[in-house]
Design a protein around this ligand. Structure first.
Ligand SMILES: Cc1cc2nc3c(=O)[nH]c(=O)nc-3n(C[C@H](O)[C@H](O)[C@H](O)COP(=O)(O)OP(=O)(O)OC[C@H]3O[C@@H](n4cnc5c(N)ncnc54)[C@H](O)[C@@H]3O)c2cc1C
Length: 460
C-alpha cells in the first residue's frame, strides 16, 4: 500500500524530509503543509531590484557533508559560491578590531593575538589558561560560555565567543553546549588535550586550507525549488496544522487555511516546525506528556534582519562584516557586508548589507516597528562607515522563536522526546533546528535521518 505522508512545516527540514521520503518510499503520496504564503521557512530569498537577496540564512558550512551532499544530489554543485578573503571585525569599546588570528569560534590558541580586543589585565587572565590543567570527562559536555569564562575570563566570552556565535545561535554561549557548537574541540578534548589553549591550537594547526562556508548563486530559493521538485510533494501554503489526532488507521491532522479548516489523513507524519509550534501539535495527539514537557523546556530566540542595498558612494570598510561585543552599547548584534563577503554579489549597482538584531534574553529592540528597525540599521551602518548611507532599497524580516538554545543536556533531552514519540505515536517524527542542532547542515541531517527511520518502519 502506498503510504500517505503529511509533512507539517515547509522549511528546509520539512522539504528535506519530503525529498528523502520520496527517495525511500517512491509510491508515497506526500503533502507538505506550510502555514505561511511561501515554502522555505528561514531560507527566504527575496527580489531586490538588482537581484536576489537573503532575508534569512545566507550560507552554510560547506565542510560538513550534509548540505554539500544534498546540493550535489540535486544537481546544484555548479551554483555553489564561496566567500572572498575578507574577514570580520569586532566592534568593541567603540572601535573596530580585526578578528584575531588563530581563533576557533572566538576561542584563542595564542592570547598575544588578542591585544587590542582585551585589556592587558584581561590578557594576563586569559594567558593563565594554558598553565592550568583542564578537568575534562571524555564524552561529556558543558556550557561553552561558562567554561570559557572560567578558563579565559569573561572578556573572551563577551568580545569574542558570543559575537562569533550570535549570528547562528542568537543565544549566549553560557546556554550552549560545547559539543554541539564546536564538536571538533570536544573531540580533541576527549583525546586528552590538557588545556583549551592547547586544544584550540591543535584545531588551528589541523585546519584544511580553503573556504569554510558556501552559498548558492541565485540564493537559497534555488535549493527550496529543487527540493520541492525532486520530492514530487504537493506543497500547500497557507495551511497551518493546528492538531494531530491518532486514529485507528493512522493520523488525522486538522489544518486551517484562508478558506477554512479541513482534515488531512496520513499514515506517516513529519513535524518540521519550530519548538513552540511543535509542542501543542504533539500535545493534541495525547499520551506524550513527557515529550511535550521536554520540548517546552527548550528556549528559543527571536531576531530580525534588515537587508539593504546602499549607494556605492558609501565608503564600506574592507571587511566581510562586523560582529558586536555583547557589552557594546549598540542595538544591533551583527552587520554583514554581503556584497563584500561574497564576490559573486559584488557586481550589483549598490553595496548589499544586512544588519541583525535580537539575542536570547536581550530582544527588547524587537519591540520597535519595522520603520524604526530600518532606521536603526541605517544609523548603525552610518556609525560604522563614518557617513550616512543613501538607501536604494531595504527590507525588514522578523524571525520569531526561530533559533533554539542547544544546551549541554540537549542530546539526552531529544533522545527522550524521540523515545516517547516512538512508543506512543509510531509513524510520527520530529525534525528541525531544535533536534540535532541549529543551522542548515544540521537540519538536513536531522530530516534525512528521521525520514529514513519512517521509511524503514513503514517497510517492516
Ligand atoms: C535570520 C537567520 C539567519 C540564519 N543564518 C544561517 C546561516 O547563514 N547558515 C546556517 O546554516 N543557518 C542559518 N540559520 C539557521 C537555519 O536557517 C535554520 O536552522 C533552518 O533553516 C531551519 O529550518 P526548519 O525547516 O527546521 O525551520 P523553519 O525554517 O523555521 O521552517 C519551519 C516552517 O514551518 C512553518 N510552520 C510553523 N508552524 C506551522 C504549522 N502549525 N503548520 C504548518 N506550518 C507551520 C513555518 O511557517 C516555517 O515555514 C539562520 C536562521 C535565521 C532565522
Amino acid at each position: 500500500m502506498a503510504p500517505r505522508v503529511a509533512v507539517i512545516g515547509g522549511g528546509l527540514s520539512g522539504l528535506t524530509a519530503a525529498y528523502q521520503l520520496a527517495l525511500d518510499l517512491p509510491d508515497a503520496r506526500i503533502t507538505v503543509l506550510e502555514a505561511s504564503d511561501t515554502p522555505g521557512g528561514a531560507l527566504h530569498t527575496v527580489d531586490f531590484p538588482s537581484g536576489p537577496m537573503e532575508l534569512g540564512a545566507e550560507a552554510f558550512i560547506g565542510r560538513r557533508p550534509e548540505a554539500s551532499e544534498l546540493v550535489a544530489e540535486l544537481g546544484l554543485t555548479d551554483a555553489l559560491r564561496h566567500p572572498g578573503p575578507l574577514g570580520p571585525a569586532i566592534l568593541t569599546g567603540g572601535r573596530l578590531m580585526s578578528m584575531p588570528v588563530g581563533t576557533v569560534m572566538g576561542l584563542p590558541s595564542d592570547v598575544t593575538a588578542l591585544t587590542g580586543v582585551l585589556t592587558p589585565p584581561e590578557t594576563d587572565v586569559a594567558a593563565r589558561e594554558r598553565d592550568t590543567p583542564l578537568e575534562w570527562e571524555p564524552g561529556g559536555d558543558v556550557s561553552l560560555g561558562r567554561l570559557v569564562a572560567e578558563r579565559f575570563g569573561d572578556a573572551v566570552v563577551s568580545r569574542l565567543v558570543d559575537p562569533m556565535l550570535g549570528g547562528v545561535y542568537a543565544a549566549p554561549s553560557s546556554g550552549l553546549g560545547l559539543r554541539q557548537v564546536v564538536p571538533g574541540l570536544a573531540e580533541v578534548l576527549d583525546r586528552g588535550a590538557p588545556t583549551l589553549t592547547d586544544a584550540v591550537g591543535q584545531l588551528v594547526r589541523d585546519r584544511v586550507p580553503g573556504p569554510v562556508f558556501a552559498t548558492l548563486d541565485g540564493g537559497y530559493r534555488t535549493l527550496v525549488a529543487s527540493l520541492i521538485e525532486a520530492s514530487g510533494a504537493r506543497v500547500r501554503t497557507q495551511a497551518a496544522c493546528t492538531a494531530i489526532h491518532r486514529e485507528p488507521s493512522g493520523y488525522a491532522l486538522t489544518v486551517t487555511g484562508e478558506r477554512g479548516s479541513w482534515v488531512e489523513d496520513a499514515d506517516l507524519v513529519v513535524v518540521a516546525v519550530p519548538v513552540p509550534h511543535a509542542a501543542p501539535l504533539l500535545a493534541a495527539a495525547g499520551g506524550v506528556d513527557d515529550a511535550v514537557t521536554g520540548l517546552t523546556g527548550i528556549r528559543t530566540a527571536s531576531s530580525a534582519v534588515v537587508a539593504m542595498e546602499v549607494d556605492r558612494g558609501l565608503d564600506l570598510p574592507g571587511l566581510s562584516g562586523v560582529l558586536v561585543a555583547t557589552d557594546e552599547p549598540v542595538p544591533f548584534k551583527a552587520m554583514t557586508f554581503t556584497s563584500r563577503k561574497w564576490p559573486h554579489l559584488d557586481t550589483r549597482p549598490g553595496h548589499l548589507v544586512r544588519v541583525s538584531f535580537g539575542r536570547l534574553d536581550d530582544d527588547e529592540v524587537l519591540l520597535a516597528d519595522d520603520i524604526a528597525l530600518a532606521r536603526m540599521a541605517e544609523s548603525a551602518l552610518a556609525g560604522v562607515c563614518g557617513s550616512a548611507p543613501r538607501i536604494l532599497h531595504s527590507r525588514v524580516r522578523r524571525w520569531e522563536d526561530s533559533l533554539a538554545e542547544i544546551g549541554p543536556a540537549h542530546a539526552d533531552r531529544i533522545a527522550d522526546v524521540r523515545a516517547g514519540l516512538a512508543d506512543r505515536l509510531p509513524g510520527v517524527e520530529l525534525v528541525g533546528g531544535a533536534t540535532e542542532g541549529v543551522g542548515v547542515p544540521a537540519c538536513i541531517g536531522s530530516a534525512r535521518a528521521a525520514a529514513r527511520r519512517l521509511a524503514a518502519g513503514w517497510q517492516d
